[in-house]
Design a protein around this ligand. Structure first.
Ligand code: NOJ
Length: 512
């Protein structure tokens, strides 16, 4: 048993550390449960979900400010106006990261906070100061800042001009990325250009979402898909030519990939085609040797389009120059992994989701959930840990060996839930798959749990909690309290092993 006593920097958080170490249930303590010395653990957040201060100083509106203020019913009456108040409480965030013993912290920069007009003609002094403080504060504690340049937070001015479906967005985004690299690139060495393009393009163009013009037959999703990849590529090339020689960092983007299995062996081919639609559409252009869209996607979009009377393909073609622009623009593979689906053709008379999220209308593929899979609160994210490893195997088989960073993986609960044993087994089960991947020769170097703390969870408002720390949203101080999963994760990190299971952790304690 280890007992330590410490006091937080703010003096408000005396933390008694009490951790029992014991043999882990279900695991025998073999050396392959040990993480290699180079492997790094972190946790993630994003600006709109935690910062608050939506109209402080010269910050401009993002699309989420506009949406939550105008159609609150879509967001369970919640807004990110205050969220976790991290704009004010960033020192406490760093303290939590330190308590956990994280080696890196992934956060995002708010485009409308840093560039109020959306363009680089005005750089907000307060925005710059906020991110400088956060980055410097992390580095002082020896924690690596991993920075997402865009995490769903489109400036409202650009959203009104079509957001990611407007071809000009790639230049607007690239100009913003250049500002970010030039302000923070001396200290930030791992960059994520864009978070989850597939959610941005496919999920945000489903009928549940307010911006759903062109959702029929994936029209808007496919447009967004192309321009988001071009935007990423332009940012990567800017870094490569203007900053890499000085700063020597790594730049990529983070894909949310949905792992797919056939629901019966005869659907293996349909499943592989569906993987190309769901994952390949966001990977092939960047990671494959030939670039561009996956050929099977091009063929099937054209074929189905002709069948239903389109005279032009809905998948905007890449020109030769665009293929070359996008191809090879990565330094690692960023993967957000949450869940898996089973693939089958639609039943006679069954209507297939007209958007391209969680189904593929172009090949008549429907995705199901295995009723035996466990669930957190979010029923869209049934838990299937082995899918994490199989997804990386698929990527590696298709695009070759490269470094993998797991930039997100998390479990949702609801209400006050400090004794979150389900989250502990979620983390353990996924980290076990990470270790198996490493032992199989996949170069996974980082794992980031989503999220550091409860936050504004988009359509779920504050109902869905992913945090290692529980946040009291009814308290003006947005008090953060570690859950048992925080103590567990911290124990894994400090022991660098899964061969660790706390049998009892006092609720307000965490290992330091
Ligand atoms: C992925 C997104 O990047 C993040 O914003 C979201 O909160 C988590 N998934 C959980 O849904």
């Amino acid at each position: 048993m280890l007992i330590f006593v410490t006091e937080s920097v703010s003096k408000m958080w005396p933390v008694v550390i009490l951790v029992w170490l014991s043999a882990p249930f279900g695991l025998s303590c073999t050396p392959d449960l040990q993480f290699p010395s180079w492997f790094k653990f972190g946790a993630s957040t994003s600006s709109y979900q935690i910062e608050g201060a939506w109209n402080v100083s010269d910050k401009a509106e993002s699309k989420w400010d506009r949406l939550t203020h105008t159609i609150p019913e879509t967001f369970k009456q919640a807004t990110g106006d205050v969220a976790c108040d991290s704009y004010r409480l960033w020192r406490r965030d760093i303290e939590m990261i330190e308590e956990l013993g994280l080696q890196f912290y992934r956060f995002s920069i708010s485009w409308p906070r840093l560039l109020p007009s959306g363009f680089p003609n005005i750089i907000s002094e307060d925005g710059k100061r906020y991110y400088n403080n956060l980055i410097d504060g992390l580095l002082e504690k020896g924690i690596e800042p991993v920075v997402t340049i865009y995490h769903f937070e489109m400036p409202e001015i650009f959203q009104e001009l079509g957001g990611w479906t407007n071809p000009l967005i790639s230049d607007w985004y690239a100009d913003y990325a250049r500002v970010v690299f030039s302000l923070f690139g001396d200290r930030v060495k791992t960059w994520i250009t864009i978070n989850e393009p597939s959610i941005e393009c496919d999920y945000f163009h489903t009928s549940e979402m307010p911006y759903n013009a062109g959702l029929e037959h994936g029209v808007a999703s496919y447009m967004c898909n192309k321009y988001v990849l071009i935007a990423h590529a332009k940012a990567w090339r800017i870094y490569d030519t203007e900053f890499r020689h000085k700063y020597n960092g790594k730049v990529s983007f983070s894909n949310h990939l949905l792992w797919l299995y056939p629901s019966s062996p005869e659907y293996e081919e349909l499943t592989e085609i569906s993987r190309e639609f769901i994952s390949g559409r966001y990977c092939h252009a960047v990671y494959s040797k030939e670039g561009g869209w996956p050929p099977v996607v091009e063929e099937n979009v054209a074929k189905f389009g002709r069948k239903i009377g389109y005279t032009r393909t809905r998948l905007p073609p890449f020109t030769k120059e665009e293929i070359e622009l996008v191809r090879g623009t990565y330094d690692y593979f960023g993967l957000n992994y949450y869940t898996t689906r089973l693939v089958r053709p639609s039943y006679p008379g069954e209507s297939v989701n007209p958007s391209v999220f969680f189904s593929v209308i172009d090949v008549d593929a429907v995705f199901d959930i295995d009723p035996d899979w466990r669930n957190g609160l979010n029923k869209l994210l049934p838990i299937h840990p082995i899918g994490l490893r199989q997804q990386m195997e698929w990527v590696q088989k298709h695009y070759g060996e490269m470094e993998f960073i797991i930039s997100e993986n998390g479990y949702s609960s609801t209400g006050s839930n400090l004794n979150d044993y389900e989250r502990i087994s979620f983390i353990k089960d996924h980290l076990e798959q990470v270790l198996m991947s490493i032992n199989e020769g996949i170069n996974v170097t980082k794992y980031s749990y989503w999220g550091l703390m409860d936050d504004f969870e988009w359509l779920d408002g504050y109902r869905s909690n992913f945090g290692l720390y529980e946040v009291d949203f009814s308290d003006v101080n947005r008090t953060r309290t570690p859950r048992k999963s925080a103590a567990y994760y911290s124990g894994v990190i400090r022991n660098r092993s899964l061969c660790y299971e706390p049998t009892h952790i006092d609720i307000n304690t965490i290992e330091i």
